[in-house]
Ligand binder design. Structure first.
Ligand code: 6PG
Length: 245
């Protein structure tokens, strides 16, 4: 897997915005809509802010775009840790996205209920009218980041969720963070038509080399479990994160 290496986080955000616009145009041309799952954390914030700039925002047909999340911290939306809250401030409050096109994970709910509720919303959105869904949600693009321990979404090292074959969404307590998280499972992420990792910073360099060039050991390096069946996987990283490649 050869990552795209960009000089700095601003170039990374601009390139990611261009990539997202291209994918949205292709999806809307072929299916009439673009179904996107946002990542949390700090790296994607630069992309979200870029998408609010006229040069990029005017190239996006927001009426045909639906925004979901790849994971969420189990906190209310107004908490600083909330991925939804971050996206609201850096993107959604600044674009003409119809309110019904936002599909958040309810971090304020009891975690298991939040996971069940989100999975029910995915079923209703992707497979309306089906009691038993005939397949797995096919997101047009899932954005992901990577922690310096190799986690992605809220799939952390040695998490049982890494081997979840049935459910699309799970809630679990992350010991290291002393917090509950809700996350898409690898089954859903790997069914996406496109997956884009955005990674920046020198602190990620060592782990990134292990993930991209080292042996396959997803229990230690969960980002390695992301191998889309038929979708396209793209890594966009900045020069600092690429230092050891
Ligand atoms: C989250 C994200 C998580 C994030 C990584 C990288 O909810 O925090 O889903 O997987 O992408 O921790 O975060 P940074 O981009 O802040 O380094």
């Amino acid at each position: 897997m050869r990552p795209e290496i960009h000089a700095n986080t601003d170039v990374l955000a601009r390139q990611a915005a261009r990539h997202l616009i291209e994918l949205s145009r292709a999806s809307i041309r072929s299916s009439g809509r673009f179904i996107l799952a946002l990542s949390g954390g700090s790296t994607p914030k630069g992309l979200y802010k870029k998408l609010t700039e006229l040069e990029y925002s005017e190239k996006l047909d927001w009426n045909s775009i639906h925004i979901f999340w790849s994971d969420e911290r189990c906190v209310p939306p107004d908490y600083p840790e909330s991925n939804y809250g971050m996206a609201l401030k850096s993107l959604i409050n600044h674009i003409p996205l119809p309110p019904q096109n936002t599909h958040r994970i309810r971090g304020e709910m009891e975690p298991q209920e939040a996971a069940t509720t989100y999975e029910r919303e995915l079923k209703a959105f992707f497979f309306p009218g089906h009691v038993e869904p005939p397949g797995v949600p096919g997101f047009d693009l899932i954005l992901l980041g990577m922690g310096d321990d190799g986690h992605t979404a809220s799939l952390f090292p040695r998490a049982a969720a890494l081997h979840e074959e049935g459910r699309w969404v799970v809630a679990h307590h992350v010991e290291k963070l002393r917090n509950w998280r809700v996350t898409l499972t690898p089954r859903v992420i790997n069914a996406a038509h496109n997956v884009l990792f955005l990674v920046s910073g020198r602190d990620k360099a060592k782990c990134l080399r292990e993930v991209l060039q080292g042996p396959y050991r997803p229990d230690e390096l969960p980002a390695q479990v992301i191998r889309p069946e038929s979708g396209r996987l793209t890594w966009m990283i900045d020069a600092r994160a690429a230092e050891l490649l």
